[in-house]
Design a protein around this ligand. Structure first.
Ligand SMILES: Cc1cc2nc3c(=O)[nH]c(=O)nc-3n(C[C@H](O)[C@H](O)[C@H](O)COP(=O)(O)OP(=O)(O)OC[C@H]3O[C@@H](n4cnc5c(N)ncnc54)[C@H](O)[C@@H]3O)c2cc1C
Length: 165
């Protein structure tokens, strides 16, 4: 049986963003982290668009950036300068590659391409069952660890990436 301090069931945007921030914080290097996903995260399954006011962490992987918007119909047309905001697009695959590149250099972080088929919680630990082969049970004490959001270097009052539609 293998034991990890933190297990992420699914390695999508929220898990990868959290683990990226964990690495950047430098405060979790003594904690073991397991990322599980049924998908290998090697395909461009989506794009993300979001607003920003200043240059930010994700600059190297921003695929497109808009400084103006067009609002129009058959009789009316106006160009809107978005300043001071920009509307940005990131390709999912670029984000996955960017974060996995960082993760692969961390000895305390493991990614396993397997489906989570069930989990059980108890007072201070959870068991995650993998369905395909290999380890049957993984113990997880993430509930006991319970780190505050500030430990990830994220300002309490502001999320790192706002969602907009
Ligand atoms: C086509 C598309 C376009 C989008 N565009 C935008 C946008 O422009 N701007 C924006 O802010 N948001 C956008 N979103 C929404 C955004 O993608 C989601 O809000 C965000 O990905 C949610 O993050 P998440 O980590 O919860 O889920 P996900 O990113 O979906 O990650 C969940 C992960 O869990 C894995 N998983 C699921 N079940 C299991 C299992 N049993 N075992 C192992 N792994 C499992 C999946 O394979 C996946 O990798 C878009 C979504 C889609 C689908």
């Amino acid at each position: 049986m293998k034991h990890y301090n933190y297990i992420f069931a699914g390695s999508g945007l929220s898990a990868l963003m959290t683990v990226y921030k964990i690495v950047q914080s430098g405060k979790f290097s003594d904690k073991s982290i397991l990322l599980l996903d049924e998908n290998s995260k090697k395909s461009n399954d989506r794009t993300w668009c979001f607003w920003s006011e200043k240059n930010e962490n994700w600059e190297p992987i921003i695929n497109k950036k808009w400084n103006s918007a067009l609002f129009a119909n058959q009789d009316f047309k106006i160009d809107i300068n978005l300043n001071p905001y920009k509307y940005n697009q990131i390709r999912g695959l670029d984000f996955y590659n960017f974060v996995f590149d960082v993760i692969s250099k961390q000895e305390n972080i493991t990614f396993v391409n397997q489906k989570v088929i069930d989990y059980e919680e108890s007072e201070n630990q959870a068991q995650t069952y993998e369905g395909i082969d290999g380890i049957k049970t993984i113990m997880n004490d993430m509930i006991e660890e319970g780190a505050p959001i500030s430990a990830f270097g994220i300002p309490q009052e502001m999320p790192d990436l706002l969602q907009h539609f």
